[in-house]
Ligand binder design. Structure first.
Ligand SMILES: Nc1ncnc2c1ncn2[C@@H]1O[C@H](COP(=O)(O)OP(=O)(O)OP(=O)(O)O)[C@@H](O)[C@H]1O
Length: 279
C-alpha cells in the first residue's frame, strides 16, 4: 500500500480480504460498552489500515480508553471487532495479544527490577511455556536486537528498567509490543509527562513503527497530534463525532463546539478538565 492510500481514512465497511484491503487492519463496527446501565461507548465504528497513525482524541470521559479496553478484551463489549477478518470480541486479553493486537497504559507497566533486555525477553517469550522462560537464552534474539534499535535503547540493555526516564519506559513498552509481533498497537497517552525532546523522539518512533503497522494513539496533546497524526477520530460522549485528516477535524464546527462550547451565541462554558482547543 502506498503512503497516500495508507493515509486515507476509510469509513466504509471493509470486506474480509477484499480487493485492495491491506492484510493488516482493524475493523470496529458498532462497538458498545455499558457500565451498570451507563453507556460509555455507543456504537463506535473505526477502520484502521496498515500504515495509519490514527489519533483518537476527545474530551475527558469521551470513551477513548474504554474503546481500547474493549478492543483488547479488558471490558466486555458488543458489536464487532476484527483484525484481518479474525473476530476479537469475546476473546481473552492474552489471546488478543497473541493475535497481534497490543496496547500500552497511561502508566508504563514495565518490570522495574528487570533489565531492558530482560523485559524484552519476557515479552518475546509471552507465548512460551513458563519453564522455558526460566532458562536463560543464549545471545540476543534478532527480533529483540531490531526492537532495541527501533526504540533507541540499544545502549541501555543491561540497565534496570526502573532507572530509565519516563520517556524511555514508554519506548521500552512499545518495544515489548514489537517483540510480541504486534502489528496493531493501541497506545494510551504515550507522551503524557514527557519533555519536548522526548515527545519529538516518540513521534518519530511512532512514525517508524506505524509505517508497516497500524498505530492508534489516544492523546490530549494537540500539538503532538497535529505534528504526527495521519488521521484523527474525535470521540464525544461515546460516539464518533468527526473523522478525517487533522485539517478536516480542526475545521469541523462540531469538533470546535465540543472543545470550545461555541454554539452560535452561546457563552463559552467554564473551563473543563481536558477540553483543550483544537487549533
Ligand atoms: N470501569 C468503569 N466503570 C464505570 N464507569 C467507567 C469505567 N471505566 C470508564 N468509565 C466511565 O466511562 C466513561 C468513559 O471513560 P474513558 O476513560 O473511556 O474516557 P476517556 O475518553 O479515555 O477519558 P480521559 O481522557 O479522561 O482518559 C467515563 O464517564 C468514565 O467515568
Amino acid at each position: 500500500m502506498d503512503g497516500a492510500s495508507a493515509r486515507t481514512v476509510t469509513t466504509g465497511r471493509a470486506r474480509d480480504g477484499g480487493p485492495g484491503m491491506s492484510a493488516e487492519y482493524l475493523e470496529v463496527q458498532g462497538l458498545t460498552v455499558t457500565f451498570d446501565g451507563f453507556t460509555a461507548v455507543a456504537g463506535v465504528d473505526l477502520t484502521l489500515v496498515q500504515g495509519d497513525l490514527r489519533f483518537l482524541i476527545g474530551p475527558n470521559g469521551a470513551g477513548k480508553t474504554t474503546v481500547i479496553d474493549a478492543i483488547t478484551g479488558l471490558v466486555p463489549a458488543t458489536g464487532l471487532v476484527a483484525k484481518s477478518g479474525v473476530r476479537l470480541l469475546g476473546r481473552k486479553p492474552h489471546q488478543i495479544a497473541r493475535l497481534g493486537v497490543g496496547r500500552t497504559f497511561q502508566t508504563a507497566s514495565v518490570f522495574e527490577q528487570l533489565s531492558v533486555l530482560q523485559n524484552l525477553d519476557v515479552a518475546a517469550g509471552a507465548g512460551r511455556p513458563a519453564l522455558s522462560l526460566l532458562r536463560r537464552r543464549r545471545g540476543v534474539l534478532p527480533v529483540i536486537e531490531e526492537a532495541l534499535d527501533t526504540i533507541g535503547l540499544a545502549a541501555h540493555l543491561e540497565r534496570p528498567a526502573g532507572t530509565l526516564s519516563h520517556g524511555q519506559k514508554q519506548w521500552l513498552e512499545i518495544g515489548m509490543l514489537l517483540v510480541q509481533n504486534c502489528d496493531v498497537l493501541l497506545l494510551d497517552e504515550p507522551v503524557a509527562g514527557m519533555s519536548h525532546d522526548e515527545r519529538e523522539r516518540t513521534g518519530e518512533l511512532l512514525r517508524a513503527v506505524g509505517a508497516r503497522r497500524t498505530v492508534v494513539v489516544v492523546e490530549h496533546d494537540m500539538d503532538f497530534m497535529r505534528r504526527f497524526a495521519t488521521s484523527v477520530t474525535v470521540l464525544a460522549q461515546g460516539r464518533v463525532l468527526s473523522e478525517g485528516t487533522v485539517a478536516q477535524v480542526q475545521a469541523d464546527p462540531a469538533v470546535q463546539e465540543v472543545y470550545l462550547g461555541t454554539t452560535a451565541g452561546a457563552a463559552r462554558p467554564p473551563a473543563q478538565r481536558g477540553t483543550r482547543e483544537v487549533r
